[in-house]
Ligand binder design. Structure first.
Ligand code: MN
Length: 141
């Protein structure tokens, strides 16, 4: 099978709103319906927008497809651009943030069966905000 890309989305892919966050759209390209035990998703993050600041047991394998932005992984903030890869280990705080003026598209592979994302504790957030660069870039929702 082929999922045809029409410039904006994939014909036949499943499109989801993202946790009530209007800056992010999620497409599920392949997953459970194909009998896979992993899901291949694409997140489109509007300029200046960000995914949830969260942690969970399941891991993320991410590849940047388009645009520029930042990835917070644990206490590190990385500049990201197309074809950079980012790995998020278990229970590691993370967030993907699009630069202003850049729509960021990332491919993200996860297990089909996975635990629910958790918000960071107040202490974890305060710890992150001690870093000036992190403080300027991350979105604490
Ligand atoms: Mn996550």
């Amino acid at each position: 099978m082929k999922l045809e890309f029409n410039g904006e989305s994939w014909e036949g892919s499943r499109k989801y709103e993202y946790k009530g966050n209007k800056d992010v759209i999620k497409f599920v390209l392949f997953g459970k319906e194909e009998g896979l035990n992993f899901e291949v998703r694409v997140f489109v993050i509007e300029p200046g927008g960000a995914t949830s600041l969260e942690k969970h047991q399941h891991m993320h394998a991410v590849l940047v497809l388009e645009g520029k932005g930042s990835a917070l992984v644990d206490k590190k903030l990385y500049d990201i651009k197309p074809f950079d890869g980012i790995f998020v280990p278990p229970m590691t705080p993370h967030q993907f943030i699009a630069n202003k003026g850049e729509r960021l598209k990332i491919l993200c592979v996860v297990d089909v069966d996975r635990d629910r994302p958790q918000r960071l504790s107040e202490d974890e957030i305060l710890e992150l905000l001690k870093d000036e660069r992190i403080r300027e870039v991350i979105k604490v929702q």
